[in-house]
Design a protein around this ligand. Structure first.
Ligand code: SF4
Length: 373
């Protein structure tokens, strides 16, 4: 999509007065409110939203689009919470249930390390019989064997669970994880913060308040974290905006989020069912996230949930990051995504170049490793 200047955007979309008012605020560096966000979602032209979001993105990130050489490791899919939207977490008796040994986990980390990987992203199901110490041990053993690799591990839901079973505070748990070698926390488990929605899709696991408090505590301790939103199931557009609003507030308070990742819902194999989000909804959500979350530097077009083609377009709708090579994605594949399980560096570089951006390999903290000009 052609990149438009602020003047061009005001000219091209002059017939939509409400959009113009919002765009002018954005050009003046002012924050948009929830009602304006709702207008953009419901009424604004898709390309208008894309041009405005990309104008903002270019202001923050120029023509760079980031990716990382990383690997996802899901040590087990056994999960006591059985959220209705999730096709990954299964009961121990399920024929698909698996649990990796520590040796298997370390072998996967070694493979990643040997191919130049910078990060392992470790999250999984929550088995009822795992002791608190097991979560700490996995981090400690990975870091001990590979001190140079960044360990991004355990969602706020897992950390809340660790606090629950150990009787420790979030701060105590996070400090023990840091001592063991934890470097960063992924953003999973946010879903949609609305209590109404959580009662339907995930009534038993950590609440929105718990999620936000785990991240707040992590930021206070200096642990960078990511933020997510799982959209496209039973939530309303207003509930999505309220979710973004909570994240924007916490980011104002702490500045500890590195990136926001909208995650499109995949229904296959879930008890909740439903249909897949449309590409229009995916692109609007990316663009709106960029415009509303004015205090986030990075918005991720996660190629696993969006699919490679929509993720490429999203790089022109306000997103500046594709995530990474991943190697072995299992969670969204359980729910039916047709994306690859992983991509080579060449493939990601090619995807970004074909989207008209400059590919930049980054580390977990958005330091530049290599620019593919
Ligand atoms: S979303 Fe997480 S907590 Fe819920 S069933 Fe799936 S793995 Fe378990």
């Amino acid at each position: 999509m052609e990149v438009l200047t602020a003047d061009d955007i005001l000219k091209v979309y002059r017939d939509d007065r409400e959009f113009l008012k919002i765009a002018e605020k954005v050009f003046q560096g002012k924050r948009i409110d929830e009602e304006e966000a709702l207008y953009l979602y419901e009424r604004a032209d898709l390309t208008a939203l894309g041009h405005l979001a990309e104008w903002l993105n270019r202001k923050k990130n120029g023509s760079f689009a980031y990716f990382i050489v990383n690997r996802q490791i899901n040590p087990t899919n056994v999960c006591m919470y059985q959220c209705d939207f999730c096709a990954f977490g299964v009961k121990r008796s399920d024929p698909k249930a698996y649990e990796m040994t520590l040796e298997e986990i370390l072998r996967k980390v070694r493979e990643t390390y040997e191919m130049g990987g910078r990060e392992v992203h470790i999250v999984g199901g929550i088995p009822s019989n795992w002791p608190y110490e097991k979560y700490i041990e996995i981090v400690r053993e990975v870091k001990k064997a590979f001190p140079d690799i960044v360990v991004k591990a355990w969602t706020a839901v897992e950390i809340h669970h660790m606090a629950k079973i150990s009787g420790k505070s979030y701060e105590e748990v996070l400090k023990e994880l840091m001592d063991a070698g934890l470097d960063a926390i992924p953003g999973g488990g946010a879903e949609i913060f609305s209590e109404r929605v959580r009662r339907i899709i995930a009534p038993y696991k950590a609440s929105a308040r718990d999620y936000l408090e785990v991240h707040r505590t992590a930021h206070r301790l200096g642990i960078p974290t990511n933020a997510t939103m799982l959209y496209g199931h039973v939530e309303t557009l207003r509930e999505r905006i309220e979710h973004l609003s909570e994240l924007r507030k916490l980011q104002d308070e702490t500045g500890g989020f590195q990136v926001f990742i909208p995650l499109a819902y995949w229904p296959e194999g879930t008890r909740l069912g439903g249909t897949r989000t449309s590409s229009v909804d995916d692109l609007k959500t990316i663009a709106l996230s960029r415009i509303f979350l004015d205090n986030f530097d990075h918005i991720k077009a996660y190629w696993v949930t969006l699919g490679e083609k929509v993720a490429q377009i999203a790089l022109n709708f306000g997103a500046d990051d594709l995530d990474g090579t991943i190697e072995e994605e299992r969670i969204v594949h359980s729910a039916g995504t047709k994306s690859a399980y992983g991509h080579s560096v060449d493939r990601l570089v090619n995807m970004i170049k074909k989207a008209g951006k400059v590919p930049v390999e980054r580390d977990t903290f958005y330091n530049v490793v290599r620019i593919f000009s």
